[in-house]
Design a protein around this ligand. Structure first.
Ligand SMILES: Nc1nc2c(c(=O)[nH]1)N[C@H]1C(S)=C(S)[C@@H](COP(=O)(O)OP(=O)(O)OC[C@H]3O[C@@H](n4cnc5c(=O)[nH]c(N)nc54)[C@H](O)[C@@H]3O)O[C@H]1N2
Ligand SMILES: Nc1nc2c(c(=O)[nH]1)N[C@H]1C(S)=C(S)[C@@H](COP(=O)(O)OP(=O)(O)OC[C@H]3O[C@@H](n4cnc5c(=O)[nH]c(N)nc54)[C@H](O)[C@@H]3O)O[C@H]1N2
Ligand code: SF4
Ligand SMILES: [Mo]
Length: 842
């Protein structure tokens, strides 16, 4: 067997080290790297199942001009030609790039250098605008630089961890496991500040169910309270004396915990950043730490978690439209240094357009050439309907992606095939400023190429060949590392010059390395409190509910990769509308039925999940589903393009909405080998199963069976009274190709066993018509542990037999013993039977 390759996970900003062993042409086994300081061997469900997403299904393998495959030369000539014409006719600002925290640092550096340095416009922004921009702005306001002042090891040494707007157990699971370990070993207390009772909140010592965007009031009030107790300096400003906005007993408990534990880390994420007051929230958190001296000491600090694998690397190279490069801004002195380093006389003059404004400029024709790399804005931008219109109007839209058919790629004039995880080679920086290598495991499939190399080839065609003449990723990295030497000249901490001379071999072997050390701001003066005040919201009576959006544990963003994994798809197969029981009753929604959400920007349909975990008046839907994966279930049809005035980050978490029931004439589900794309239904969604797809469907009038089913021999049973039909389609080998279950008034059978019958012959067709196996297998109930395929029934049985802890359930059933992502779900099942729900302070 081949030796294991050390690389880094493709997904979140924890940046876990992986040991990958290639076992076949496109096959790999994945294990956590026990020596990587981000994870010491741990991995979550997404990292664990990376091997299921390295196949070539759906990949873009050749450049495409429209629907025609093209050679690289032809495609790049076209891209460069369009860019050149656009610049000549309309000026540099008519050209823009929209890039991503899923690019490697080398890719990011190349794109930024081309646009800002040689095209001469700063119209390059990144999806980190949707993600980290508020934290960046808060850091800049307080520290004068975008620096995260602490490290993962501070979580191990903290006595109190505040999680603000972070569903850590789902979104940064390995960090969560680290926090749990600190709880075990040193009794660390955990407080979750989130309007929803998430799985993270359920595991906390205290859940403060803050109102949407109530964070500034809460942190200001906490700061005031610490001043009263003599634990914080004497700063004062209008708005500091505010009502904490949460129940008095919850506030008192929180204040007591904060007062008692100077070793405190506040970890914050999208519930803080994605808000019209996102920058203020970041500063309110940092203020509390500064005023109480809880920063740059062991076990203490405000810790903004990055989302994407290289969100931090992108911030370092300067991929945001309002930074120039390497933490530098646009002052004359900074511009002069950058121009001289890049040896260019075309450097851009000032900041460019931030994402929401950038797409406005595409929409109204100011930007005529747009190149999108490694992001899917047709799904992930707020008011995505408008963004789609903008993309469709754009004179030239170029999309670099690994997948052929994304919602954004569908609108592209030119598609360029990029190397994916497992093929690409370079560096990423994680939340704690640690740079790790991603290494290639496979040779490039088809014509796919590295993103940096594609950019360099276009630069060369634009006449800038000398400045982009890198022969490998190491050469790009060396240039970038050398350039960071400009930052200290302007008083910045960022400095990677120690890596500027790494040889190709040293780069190849590079161990994870953290810049700035554990506490990069230790001993630096100048950080100051930033006065912030709570925002006031107006309520529109036509849209009385607050709409919150976010993530599921086992899906990644727009599902282009995790959506292909049968195991990851088991956790949540459909996008759910979570709503408080009384709001549901009031609107006529029932659990398991369908509900439509309306906002001033659009509408979308979801299956209803009535949940006590929602506060009254607030609903939650996931961000993941696209037009490729669902008929009506895209959350960004709904979200308004409101942004934080300082950072430009969209407010994805707190919009205005109302709901209505959807009452279809019929409901159905379909298992099928090929991905269906049904037309004219009220609602549909699909998810991956072994050998095919499982789709949920609902419609009006009659079911158009022929449109849904593939060719083949059909077996059918029907019960006209209940409007029930079951149809099985067999291939020439008599194996099951598809099965459809329709009802007009009754129940549909359980999906799990049925979904496992695709491709089977023998007794399977008859059993499928009966909707149950001739010899019933034990019903596992909903799957909890996707690694070991353990369902709720086995876990409850183990609990009934005396297993009363997560560890004991693991010993009895193996559930939760591999990646551990499901341990919070197991704990919740146990809590439901052993004791009443966790104490919740509302
Ligand atoms: N499984 C999974 N993990 C991921 C990702 C993924 O797609 N899937 N994406 C990665 C990326 S890019 C990111 S940015 C991170 C995001 O990680 P998180 O920020 O943890 O994820 P979200 O679910 O977007 O939002 C977190 C929580 O904010 C809460 N919230 C909403 N409004 C408020 C508010 O006003 N105040 C407070 N205090 N809380 C509020 C929401 O209820 C939600 O539970 O996850 C990363 N990890
Ligand atoms: N409603 C709502 N919307 C949100 C959010 C929310 O909480 N709620 N969160 C926002 C946040 S924090 C984020 S980070 C964004 C994420 O949103 P996106 O960035 O749009 O999401 P992804 O699905 O990760 O898109 C990445 C794309 O890059 C492709 N890709 C993967 N690797 C490579 C590569 O190496 N090279 C190239 N060229 N392509 C590659 C993938 O196939 C995919 O099409 O969504 C934002 N949108
Ligand atoms: S926590 Fe999970 S998704 Fe994030 S880097 Fe680690 S293994 Fe990957
Ligand atoms: Mo993100």
């Amino acid at each position: 067997m081949a030796a294991a390759v050390r690389t880094t996970c493709a997904y979140c900003g924890v940046g876990c080290g992986i040991r990958a062993t290639v076992t076949g042409p496109r096959a790999v086994t994945i294990a956590g790297d026990p020596e990587h300081p981000a994870n010491f061997g741990r991995l979550c469900s997404k990292g664990t199942h990376l091997g299921e997403t390295v196949g070539l299904e759906g990949r873009l393998l050749s450049p495409m001009i429209g629907e025609q495959p093209a050679g690289w030369d032809e495609a790049l000539n076209l891209v460069a030609g369009k860019m050149r014409d656009c610049i000549a006719q309309h000026g540099p600002d008519s050209v823009a790039f929209y890039v991503s925290g899923q690019l490697l640092t080398e890719d990011y550096y190349a794109a930024n250098k081309l646009l800002k340095g040689f095209v001469g416009t700063a119209n390059i922004d990144t999806n980190s605008r949707l993600c980290m921009a508020s934290a960046v702005a808060a850091h800049n306001r307080t520290f004068g630089e975008d620096v995260v002042p602490c490290s993962y090891s501070d979580l191990e040494e903290a006595d109190l961890v505040l999680l603000v707007g972070s569903n850590t157990a789902w979104c940064h699971p390995v960090i969560w496991q680290g926090i749990e370990k600190a709880r075990e070993t040193r009794g660390t207390k955990i407080v979750v500040i989130d309007p929803r009772r998430t799985e993270t909140a359920e595991q906390a010592d205290l859940h403060v169910q803050v109102a949407p965007d109530g964070d500034v009031a809460l942190f200001n009030a906490l700061l005031r309270e610490m001043q009263r107790r003599g634990l914080a300096g004497e700063a004062a400003w209008d708005g500091l004396d505010c009502d904490p906005g949460v129940a008095a007993d919850a506030f008192a408990r929180l204040a007591d915990m904060v007062a008692a534990h100077p070793r405190m880390v506040t970890l914050f994420s999208m519930g803080a950043n994605q808000s019209v007051g996102g920058t203020d929230k970041g500063n309110a958190i940092v203020n509390l730490h500064l005023a109480t001296g809880r920063i740059s000491t062991p076990g203490a600090g405000p810790f903004s978690m990055t989302g994407q694998p290289n969100a931090m690397g992108g911030r370092e190279v300067g991929g945001l439209a309002n930074t120039l490069a390497c933490h530098l801004g646009f002052s004359d002195a900074e511009r002069a240094d950058v121009a001289s380093f890049w040896q260019t006389d075309r450097l851009c003059g000032g900041p460019g357009l931030k994402a929401v404004d950038l797409f406005r400029a595409v929409h109204d024709g100011r930007v005529k050439f747009l190149w999108v790399m490694a992001t899917n804005p047709a799904v992930s931008m707020p008011d995505a309907g408008f963004v789609r219109e903008a993309l469709a109007r754009c004179e030239t839209l170029v999309v670099s992606d690994v997948i052929a058919d994304t919602d954004t790629a569908r609108l592209a004039h030119v598609r360029l095939p990029a190397l994916a995880w497992g093929e690409k080679d370079g560096t990423v920086t994680n939340s704690e400023r640690r740079i790790s290598r991603q290494r290639a495991l496979f040779t490039a499939p088809g014509e796919a190429r590295a993103d940096w190399a594609i950019v360099a080839d276009v630069a060369q065609r634009l006449g800038h060949g000398d400045a982009f003449a890198w022969h490998n990723a190491a050469a790009v990295f060396r240039e970038y590392a050398a350039m960071t030497g400009l930052a200290p000249r302007h008083g910045k901490v960022l400095d990677l010059t120690a890596l500027a001379d790494v040889s190709d071999a040293e780069y190849e072997a590079l161990d994870p390395v953290q810049w700035g050390g554990r506490h990069p701001l230790a001993g630096r003066a100048g950080a100051k409190l930033v006065p912030v005040a709570p925002t006031v919201r107006t309520v529109d009576p036509a849209f009385p509910l607050r709409l919150n959006t976010g993530r599921y544990r086992d899906q990644w963003h727009t599902m282009t990769r995790t959506g292909l994994s049968p195991r990851l798809s088991q956790h949540r197969r459909e996008p759910l509308l979570e709503i408080h029981p009384r709001d549901a009753a009031q609107a006529g929604l029932v659990d398991g039925g369908l509900g439509r959400v309306f906002t001033p920007h659009g509408a979308a349909t979801f299956r209803v999940a009535v949940s006590e975990g929602q506060r009254r008046g607030e609903i939650f839907v996931p961000m993941h589903w696209t037009d490729a994966m669902a008929g009506e279930g895209r959350s960004n049809r709904l979200v308004a393009p409101n942004v934080d005035p300082v950072s430009g980050q969209p407010a994805f978490k707190n919009g205005a909405a109302r709901v209505e029931p959807v009452l279809p004439d019929w409901r159905a589900f379909l298992i099928c080998e090929d991905a269906p794309a049904p037309q004219g239904l009220l609602w549909w969604t699909r998810s991956r199963v072994e050998g095919g797809w499982l789709s949920e469907l609902a419609g009006e009038g009659m079911v158009d069976v022929d449109a849904l089913l593939p060719e083949g021999r059909r077996l059918e049973v029907a019960d006209a009274g209940r409007g029930m039909r079951r149809i099985v389609v067999l291939g020439e080998d008599n194996a099951v190709r598809a099965a459809l279950y329709v009802t007009r008034s009754g129940q549909l059978p359980a999906r799990d066993w049925i979904a496992g019958q695709l491709g089977l012959g023998g007794a399977a067709p008859q059993e499928l018509l009966a909707a149950r196996p001739a010899t019933p297998a034990p019903d596992r109930g909903p799957i909890v542990c996707v690694c070991h395929g353990v369902g709720t029934k086995a876990i409850l049985a183990a609990a009934g037999a005396g297993a009363c802890s997560v560890a004991a359930v693991g010993a009895a059933t193996a559930a939760g013993t591999n990646c551990g992502s499901c341990r919070p779900a197991i704990a919740r099942l146990l809590a439901d039977i052993v004791q009443p729900a966790t104490e919740v302070a509302a």
